[in-house]
Design a protein around this ligand. Structure first.
Ligand code: F6R
Length: 610
């Protein structure tokens, strides 16, 4: 996730406006920043790695001449957060300048093709192919306008983008376009803006035009023209008046970041499913050769590791050991060795316990692999190979979207490894890959159809003093995660176990009305045994809340309350959709109890002490 902004004005220089607007987009990414303007046919660019204020101190981002410009605040996906990879990017001549949010999946092929045609690249980003493709389109057909050249370029792109382009040859316009990354236009008397979201221009205008996938817009001062990219047909769309306060705008109208981030999951999952091929291949090669594999993490990331251990075992027949990072040195510090492989999972890439386990492993010559949301973090620097989970910054203290992204990447990794090892039939692999691709839609459907019901459940159970969360197999991890969310956000003491363990002790707590949440996918071996576990609890007076597949009449009949997810989810992938109702439940329980879910007491987003 990055933030883009463009401004064309008749009222002075654009740069100070772009700088101020990028500050409002900083929540979308903050590892590097850049602005480009055009004045009297000359292009000015300032960019560097670092937060906006740091770069401004060094370069003075307000001091670029010209009434037209574009800017970008970055969250690295392709290419480390270095000056050279910071946007804007230009073509070979430096006349065509672009900023981009999204991922160009076919950038490697396009780059090779362009290099063969003599183009020279400066960065390791996917974005840089865009200005070069525009340059190439204009070289092939010099009669094209900038707008037409951008259309030709877009037809070659696969992936997601919100992009904005300017050219010193046509310095009176900004061309922007959208596919699966947000883009909105702001219209004022003396200026027009394009931005990743309307927070960016809200202090200047409350007149906003939402842009849809497959649309391209040409901006001139105070005016805009939308066309459909596919056939060039003009689109008429009037601005809407936005009456959000600045605080509402940052959260895009949601009351809290946590609920905004829960709702973002269909999009973050789509992002996560893109373009990791090369790194997945590399990482799976390391795992394939490994003698013993430890999956090391804390908190929610540990739950992703726990789920992954089932995925690796079931799909690739690879035994792995999920370990709490804070326990790793005590538990394995002496035995870890040159034949050990550690896959460290950390959203922030800065968690002290996880890095401690990594350092210990490195000292003992083990191989360290990483999975993180923060390219440029310590974990990316110390890992032999790392994967980026591409969820964008998470502001809410509780991990939500970053958890499902981790699960999605780990599932892709397990599938890759499975292909390598030939352990699962091609039919089954194809089936799972198809189901994985559909998960963003599944998650969307769950949020849409179940959120109101979950709100009601939170009202019903708001005074409950304790909860059980039970699941079997891979959904033991889902149960743990549901418990952690409810405890940390709504301060409700909760207990989670593999369901089979409950009768070895915890069941003695059960009395009339004790709420027990069961995670019940229908596919796989666990459904039948779970029904037995539900009956054991029910017989002792527990209130059963089940997360089930639609039409699972058997479990419905045993439940006091249930939440439904769409049918046909393979068990091995089920933690991704099944955790969504648990995230929503924790959120609405906190809201019911008057707790701010974005700032739970005593917690920090990144735990950098042991
Ligand atoms: C829970 C939560 C924490 C983190 C844990 C690890 O909602 O956010 O449990 O998962 O502190 O953080 P990372 O993944 O940054 O290493």
């Amino acid at each position: 996730m990055c933030g883009i902004f463009g401004c064309i004005t008749t009222n002075g220089d654009a740069a100070p406006t772009i700088h101020a607007s990028l500050k409002r987009l900083e929540y979308r990414g903050y590892d590097s920043v850049g602005i480009a303007t055009i004045n009297n046919g000359e292009v000015f660019i300032k960019k560097d790695q670092g937060k906006i204020d740091e770069v401004h101190k060094l370069l003075n981002l307000d001091d670029l001449q010209g009434n037209i410009g574009i800017g970008h605040t970055r969250w690295a996906t392709h290419g480390a957060p270095l000056k050279i990879n910071a946007h804007p990017h230009t073509d070979c001549t430096g006349q065509i300048i672009a900023v981009h949010n999204g991922i160009i999946e076919n950038y490697a092929e396009l780059k090779t093709e362009l290099e063969n045609r003599g183009h020279t690249f400066q960065s390791r980003t996917d974005t840089e192919v865009i200005p070069h493709l525009i340059e190439e389109a204009l070289k092939q057909n010099p009669t094209l306008t900038l707008t037409q050249a951008v259309v030709e370029t877009i037809k070659k792109l696969c992936g997601s983008y919100a992009l904005a382009v300017i050219s010193s040859k046509e310095p009176d316009k900004i061309v922007c376009a959208r596919n699966e990354s947000p883009l909105v236009i702001g219209v004022a008397q003396d200026a027009t803006y394009c931005a990743s979201d309307l927070t960016a221009f809200l202090p200047m205008t409350n007149q906003a035009v939402m842009i849809n996938d497959g649309e391209l817009v040409t901006l001139t001062p105070g005016a805009y023209e939308i066309i459909r990219i596919q056939d060039g047909a003009p689109v008429t769309r009037k601005p809407k008046t936005i009456d959000w306060t600045p605080e509402m705008a940052v959260k895009q109208g949601y009351p809290h970041f946590m609920i905004k981030e829960i709702h973002e999951q269909p999009d973050t999952l789509r992002n996560t499913l893109r373009a990791q091929e090369h790194y997945l291949e590399l990482l799976s090669t390391f795992l394939d050769r490994a003698t013993e594999v430890f999956l090391v993490a804390c908190g929610t990331s540990y739950h992703a590791c726990l789920a992954a251990s089932y995925m690796f075992s079931k799909l690739a027949f690879l035994p792995t050991y999920p370990v709490y990072a804070s326990e790793f040195i005590e538990q394995h510090g002496k035995s870890v060795n040159i034949d050990s492989t550690i896959l460290a999972v950390s959203q922030s890439g800065e968690t002290a316990d996880t890095l401690g386990a990594v350092t210990c492993s490195q000292q003992r010559a083990a191989t360290v692999l990483g999975l993180t949301n923060t390219v440029g973090s310590t974990l990316t620097r110390v890992s032999r190979v790392y994967l980026g989970q591409q969820s964008g910054p998470e502001i809410g203290v509780a991990a939500t979207k970053t958890f499902t992204s981790q699960l999605s990447v780990l599932a892709q990794l397990a599938l890759k490894l499975s292909t390598k090892r030939g352990k699962v039939s091609q039919d089954e692999m194809d089936y799972l890959a198809e189901k994985l691709d559909k998960l963003p839609e599944t998650v969307e459907a769950i949020i849409l159809s179940q959120e109101d019901k979950i709100k009601q459940l939170a009202k019903k159970y708001r005074d409950a003093k304790i909860f059980f969360f039970l699941g079997r197999g891979v959904n033991t991890a889902t149960a743990y995660e549901g418990r952690l969310k409810l405890m940390e956000i709504a301060y409700v003491p909760s207990i989670a176990f593999p369901a089979g363990e409950s009768k070895h002790g915890p069941i003695s707590l059960i009395e009339h009305g004790f709420p027990v949440v069961f995670i019940c996918p229908r596919d796989g071996q666990t459904h039948k045994t779970l029904i037995g576990n539900i009956q054991e609890m029910k017989a002792r007076g527990a209130s059963i809340i089940s997360i089930i597949e639609e039409d699972d009449e058997e479990i419905k009949a045993l439940s006091d309350d249930y939440v439904e997810v769409p049918k046909g989810i393979p068990e091995v992938l089920s933690p991704i959709p099944f955790v969504i109702p648990l995230q929503l439940f924790a959120y609405y329980m906190a809201v019911e109890k008057g707790i701010n879910p974005d700032m739970p007491r005593n917690l920090a987003k990144s735990v950098t002490v042991k």
